[in-house]
Write a protein that binds this ligand. Structure first.
Ligand code: ZN
Length: 98
């Protein structure tokens, strides 16, 4: 997934709307298309950027503290470490997929 900046996209489209502000006919139709595009950009769903962290491990116990939220959790499922924090959802660096 790639994230785009809503306000940057909107201002780019709005610049086109301004350039067509006094036009009629065909170009007025294009301007209305841009206006409708601004509406869709405003309505587009928002995703929260996922934080990245790492497990601060405790050598004698199979537990770790999340470097992002600080919650202490059992970090192993069998011999594999969990790839994300169950409390804050941070993606853990240095944990192999699979
Ligand atoms: Zn966390």
């Amino acid at each position: 997934m790639e994230l785009i900046a809503r306000e940057a996209l909107k201002s780019k489209i709005q610049k086109n709307i301004e350039e067509l502000a006094d036009k009629t006919g065909f170009f007025e139709g294009i301007r209305m298309g841009y206006e409708s595009a601004v509406h869709f950009v405003e309505q587009a769903p928002t995703v929260e950027e996922r934080k990245h962290g790492h497990w601060i491990e405790h050598p004698k116990h199979p537990i770790g503290d999340c470097s992002v939220c600080g919650e202490r959790v059992p970090i192993y499922s069998g011999s594999k470490k969990y790839k994300s924090c169950p409390y804050c959802g941070a993606k853990m660096e240095g944990v192999n997929d699979g």
